[in-house]
Design a binder for this molecule. Sequence first.
Ligand SMILES: [Zn+2]
Length: 107
Amino acid sequence: MDCPIEDVTKYVDGALTGAHRDGVELHLRQGCLPCAAQVAEEREIRSRLRSLPSVLPSPALVRRVRAVLRSLTPPAEPWGVVVMAALFGLLYALVTPELVSLRPGLH
Ligand SMILES: [Zn+2]
């Protein structure tokens, strides 16, 4: 029995539709114990993550990160733009409450 390991995770996330979802459900109904265990474990992890409190950055941290972002000058090298974009995304994630939350998606 071939296990759709990656699809099981997507299934738990509710990210599968149609034939993909039906295929995983059929696989589970056929009694695959490893996949059933994976579903149970991933649901338990998601449940625990949802029960964690949200973590908000302090206003001081937000001010410091914004100051750093304002002080950055665009790089001259093309690859530097990619690095700057990645850095900006990381810093933005740190100061954005919705992304800082340890909760997984609200779906
Ligand atoms: Zn399986």
